[in-house]
Structure formats: structure tokens, C-alpha cells
Design a binder for this molecule. Structure first.
Ligand code: ADP
Ligand code: MG
Length: 589
């Protein structure tokens, strides 16, 4: 007797629901994406109990006629592609025809819809996947979907839900990302009818980002804009002062789709590597426009991830675009007085009463941008976070380093210098690192090589061999002379001029290790950058080394000529500034 059966549609939908509908946020995401695909200019989402009791999404999009409405609940029913050949050219958010039947399989759903041409609309009721009724209905043009009692018939899944507050926060997160992905659409989120988030839909990304993060943070972001052969990058990049401890404030949008894209995310962080201290993440909203045939969106059941062809080119462009944008605004750490109110609030560890009227609290580590998370509360926690760290704030200015006169060397680790506005304390190692790093990069790609009298023998494992084989030209360009000795053995005959003697092998292996971990997404730009910062670190004068007056002066002169004098290549500050005003305040003059 045959034991293989073809699953009926009902069972297939239940299985698909398990993949596509994980929690209320998946319902919100799929329904809003349908509204966007329907050409909506305005989308209103309402939540009850964080979406566990009800999620409804109303739009002013194209609507459906009665025949399409019936079809929409069938598995693989989609108006968006006709055959597999269309998969290479997807421009809509949906295409699998799975969302409506999957959500309907695990909830009580009703859809009311009307096309703009029709005089009346239609309404369908579905419960646990069975179509109960379709009837005429009076309604405005557009579609309104209501999903009640999610997972009422799958109690095991229902039990894995977090609190309504957490589920609601996750829904809010996805709505704010969609609002940034589609600035031309106006989004509104209501909690039991009360508006908690609104984006105006002006078509301007800055307006959408302002709706999400608030005007104060957006003021600390700079515009990113670059393009190259069918690839465009635009968005907003936060100055280092907006850094965060998690990646939740990095939003990547590819062709109007909010996605996870490890290659671009890696490139974003790489762009900030020398500007942020270790463990800090930037705040960035980046929108990429890519030809649809250079993009695979069909790699994840909830369409959360995309894969880019030409990854390296994209990464290089992203790194360049963000760095260029940030370079325009240099950043100097300066001693700032933290407002006492902030410190008091921190001490009491609470938020002032009048700002606490939010329906649910947000867990910032999990949910990223959440608009109704009152901006003031966020500002307070930010300021307090920074105050707690070092009481040193990064203050941005557009000027370079001023002219400095060396006064003395302290500890022998710090250089004390006087400038037009007060005292400057320079970390000699960090400053020298910055200087060497930029000097190496500006010397051009074809690094000068020094020949080793005794070649270094390298025995590599297969992954190291693979990395080396793939990147050998990059190494050559940088000044490494490598000879294949046979099997997995290589001879290092020459190294870049700047590399200190005796460290050749360790350095070379470190570089291989880095690219082994980094995977194929690493770009040439990143390679040189990494090389430059590692060599700078090894060559820079150490803390504790005594310096003559003239060598300190020479170092500061070289630092003044760098493009980013205020941080070392690892993102630590090179200079701390105490202005005359700071001094007056402290001496109470
Ligand atoms: P997909 O989005 O992958 O096509 P869905 O199951 O999400 O699959 O939706 C099935 C079809 O129902 C869509 O292709 C579309 O034609 C129609 N539809 C769904 N939601 C809407 C809406 N809000 N407005 C107009 N049509 C819709
Ligand atoms: Mg869809």
C-alpha cells in the first residue's frame, strides 16, 4: 500500500502558516505589504492587545472585485507574478501568494474591499482557513483586513507569544521600518483607536525618519548619496555621537523593501569602524536601489532576507558613500558638562511622570526604532548612557584641528598642547596611529615592498589557502611577495615597507584570519583599510615612550593634516579638549 499522500490544501496552509506567520508582527508586515503592493497612499494599522486580540489594516489601494476576493484566500493565488520567469524581476513586496491563506488558517479574518471603479464592495469572512461567506458590502474604495484571535486554533503557538506589550512593540518596530522604506506613503498606527505613530507620506526620507526617531536625532544625521552603474545608495547616517550598543538602529532598505542584508549591514559597520569605539553601533537608514535582476528576494519564507549579486561592488559603494558623508563633518570629543537634570533622573532611575503615558513599554534591545517611544525618554537614556560611560561627549564641528603649541608631555603618554580655545590633551599612540593609517592609505594602493633576506615559510590550512588564492592580487598590490612552494606551503619573500621587522608572519596570518571570518563579502576597500589600521597600530609610538619637543611638534603637524584627526583607526578618541569656558566654569570665575 502506498504511504505517500498529497496533503490537502487545508493542511498545506497550516504548515505554511507555521513558517510565514510567526507572531502578530508577521501579520502586520504581510498585510501592510499587500496594501503597499496595492498602491496605497495611506495605511492605517490598529492593534488590540499587541495584535494578539486583533490586528486590522486599512488602505486606500486598488481594492479587489468579488471574484479576486474569493481567489485571494487560495494558496499560491497571487496577482503579482505569472510564472517562474517573473521571479527574476520582482518589484512587488509579495509574490508567493501565501500570506492571506496562511494568516486565515490560524485566525478569524474578514476582508472588506472595493475597487475604485465599482459602486459597491464585497466582504469575506474566513475562520481557521474555511471561507464562511462572501457578501456585498458598502465601503470606501480600498481594502480593510481584520485579523482576530490569532492562533486560536493552534494553542501550542499561542503559548509561545510574549506579553502584549512586547508583541505590540515588535509590530510598532516593523511599521516604523516600513514607513522609512516607503516615505511616499502615510502610515498611522493606533492602539485601540488612539494614534501612537504617524508618518506624513511626503515622499521625503528625512520626513519619514523624523517621524520615527524625532527631530533631535535626525539633526545629528548626515545625508548619504552615491550611485554607480545601476546602483544607487541614499539615506541618513548618524554622526558617531548617536552610537548605540545594538544593531537595532541600522535599517536597510533594498528597492523599497525593508530587509536583512548581511553584506550591506557589514559594510555599514565597516564604514564606521575607525569612528566608533569597539562594541558601539551606528544609527543609519540606508536605501539602496538595485536593478531587480541583480537581486534575489526569494531566499526566505517571510521575505526578510535578500541576496545581492555583485556583493563586493555594493559593499564598496556603501562604505565609500557613508565615509564621504561623515568626512564632511568632523567629530571632536570634548569635555562637556552633563545637564544636572539628566543626572538626577538617572539617579532616581525613572522617567518623569508626564512622559509615561504610553500604552506599552518598549524593549529597546529587541525593538529598534519605535516612534511612540517618547523622544524625550530616549534622549534621556542616551544622555545618561553617555554620561555613565565617560562623561565625554562627541561634539561635532566642521573645522579641522586648530594650530597647537606643545606645552609638555605627561606620564609620558599624553601630549599637552595649547590652542586657540584652551587645552588639548592628545593620546600619542592613538594620534600616531591615525597619522600612519591615513599616510599609508593616501600613499596609493601599490604599496612599496621590502625584500626579506630569509623568506618566511607559511603552512596554511585549506581555508587559509582558499582565502589567499582568492585575494592574492590584493596582497600583491599591497606589497606582499608570495610564492607557491607546493601543496599548502607558501613562501613570503617580501612585505610592505611599513611592516616592522620580525612581525611579518604574525601579521600576514592575522590578515588571513580576518578574511576567513569576514567571508566573501569583504571588499578591496576594506582589505586596504584593515591592512592600514593594523600596520599603523604596530608601528605607532607606544604609550610610555618619552618624546622630544620637536618630535611631538612633528606628530601634531602630521595629525593636523589628516582628514579625521579626532579618532584613531579603531574609533577611540585621539584628542580631548578643555575649552577656556570649561576652565572658567570649573574654577568658578
Ligand atoms: P501575494 O502578496 O504574495 O500575492 P497574498 O496572499 O498576500 O499573496 O495576497 C494574495 C492576493 O490578494 C494578492 O496578490 C492581491 O492580488 C490580493 N490582495 C491582498 N491584499 C490586498 C490589498 N490590500 N489590496 C488589494 N489586493 C490585495
Ligand atoms: Mg502578500
Amino acid at each position: 500500500m502506498a504511504s505517500i499522500v498529497i496533503l490537502d490544501e487545508f493542511t498545506a496552509n497550516q504548515i505554511a502558516a507555521g513558517e510565514v506567520v510567526e507572531r502578530p508582527l508577521s501579520v502586520v508586515k504581510e498585510l501592510v505589504e499587500n496594501s503597499l503592493d496595492a498602491g496605497a497612499g495611506r495605511v492605517v494599522v490598529n492593534l488590540e492587545d499587541g495584535g494578539l486580540k486583533a490586528v486590522s489594516v486599512a488602505d486606500d489601494g486598488c481594492g479587489m472585485d468579488e471574484e479576486d476576493l474569493r481567489l485571494a484566500f487560495q494558496r499560491h493565488a497571487t496577482s503579482k507574478i505569472k510564472s517562474a520567469s517573473d521571479l527574476g524581476q520582482i518589484v512587488t513586496l509579495g509574490f508567493r501568494g501565501e500570506a492571506l491563506p496562511s494568516i486565515a488558517a490560524v485566525s478569524r479574518m474578514s476582508v472588506t474591499t472595493r475597487t475604485h471603479a465599482a459602486l459597491t464592495g464585497a466582504r469575506a469572512e474566513v475562520e481557521g482557513g474555511s471561507l464562511l461567506s462572501v457578501s456585498p458590502a458598502g465601503c470606501p474604495p480600498g481594502t480593510s483586513v481584520s485579523v482576530r484571535d490569532l492562533f486560536f486554533n493552534t494553542p501550542a503557538r499561542r503559548k509561545t507569544m510574549k506579553s502584549p506589550a512586547t508583541e505590540g512593540a515588535l509590530c510598532g518596530d516593523v511599521i516604523s521600518r516600513l514607513a522609512m522604506a516607503r516615505p511616499a506613503v502615510s502610515f498611522e498606527l493606533r492602539i485601540k483607536g488612539r494614534r501612537v505613530f504617524y508618518s506624513p507620506g511626503t515622499g521625503n526620507l528625512t520626513d519619514a525618519v523624523t517621524a520615527v526617531y524625532g527631530v533631535h536625532q535626525v539633526r545629528e544625521m548626515v545625508a548619504v548619496d552615491a550611485g554607480e552603474g545601476g546602483l544607487m545608495v541614499s539615506g541618513l547616517a548618524g554622526k558617531p555621537s548617536l552610537s548605540r550598543s545594538t544593531r537595532s538602529h541600522i535599517t536597510i532598505i533594498v528597492n523599497g523593501r525593508y530587509v536583512r542584508c548581511p553584506v550591506v549591514a557589514g559594510a555599514v559597520e565597516e564604514a564606521y569602524r575607525t569612528l566608533l569605539p569597539q562594541g558601539r553601533r551606528p544609527m543609519v537608514v540606508l536605501s539602496l536601489t538595485v536593478a531587480p535582476d541583480l537581486l534575489d528576494v526569494n531566499v526566505h519564507p517571510a521575505k526578510l532576507e535578500v541576496r545581492l549579486l555583485e556583493e563586493e561592488k555594493v559593499a564598496g559603494l556603501v562604505i565609500g558613500a557613508i565615509r564621504e558623508a561623515l568626512r564632511q563633518k568632523t567629530v571632536i570629543p570634548s569635555k562637556t558638562v552633563v545637564p544636572s537634570t539628566v543626572m538626577e533622573i538617572r539617579k532616581k532611575d525613572e522617567i518623569p511622570q508626564n512622559h509615561a503615558q504610553i500604552t506599552f513599554q518598549v524593549e529597546p534591545e529587541e525593538a529598534g526604532p519605535v516612534a511612540w517611544d517618547i523622544p524625550l525618554a530616549e534622549k534621556i537614556s542616551d544622555a545618561a548612557e553617555q554620561a555613565g560611560e565617560e562623561a565625554v561627549d562627541y561634539v561635532s564641528g566642521t573645522k579641522g584641528l586648530p594650530r597647537l603649541n606643545v606645552l609638555a608631555q605627561l606620564l609620558p603618554t599624553y601630549i599637552l598642547a595649547g590652542g586657540e580655545d584652551g587645552l588639548y590633551i592628545i593620546d600619542q599612540h592613538a594620534a600616531h596611529e591615525r597619522v600612519l593609517y591615513e599616510e599609508f592609505l593616501s600613499a596609493g594602493r601599490a604599496g612599496a615592498s621590502q625584500c626579506l633576506l630569509v623568506p618566511v615559510v607559511l603552512e596554511l590550512d585549506y581555508r587559509e589557502t582558499a582565502v589567499l588564492t582568492e585575494k592574492v592580487l590584493w596582497f600583491n598590490d599591497a606589497g606582499f611577495v608570495i610564492e607557491h612552494f607546493g601543496g599548502n606551503t607558501f613562501l613570503l619573500r617580501g612585505v610592505p615597507l611599513q611592516l616592522p621587522a620580525g612581525q611579518e608572519k604574525e601579521f600576514f596570518l592575522d590578515m588571513l584570519d580576518y578574511f576567513k571570518e569576514r567571508g566573501p563579502g569583504a571588499s578591496r576597500v576594506e582589505f586596504y583599510d584593515r591592512l592600514a589600521s593594523s600596520m599603523a597600530c604596530r608601528n605607532a609610538i607606544k604609550a610610555g615612550e618619552k618624546l622630544s619637543l620637536s618630535s611631538m611638534e612633528a606628530l601634531l603637524a602630521r595629525l593636523t593634516r589628516t582628514e579625521t584627526p579626532y579618532t584613531c583607526p579603531h574609533g577611540r578618541p585621539t584628542v580631548i579638549h578643555l575649552s577656556y569656558r570649561d576652565l572658567e566654569t570649573r574654577f568658578k570665575r
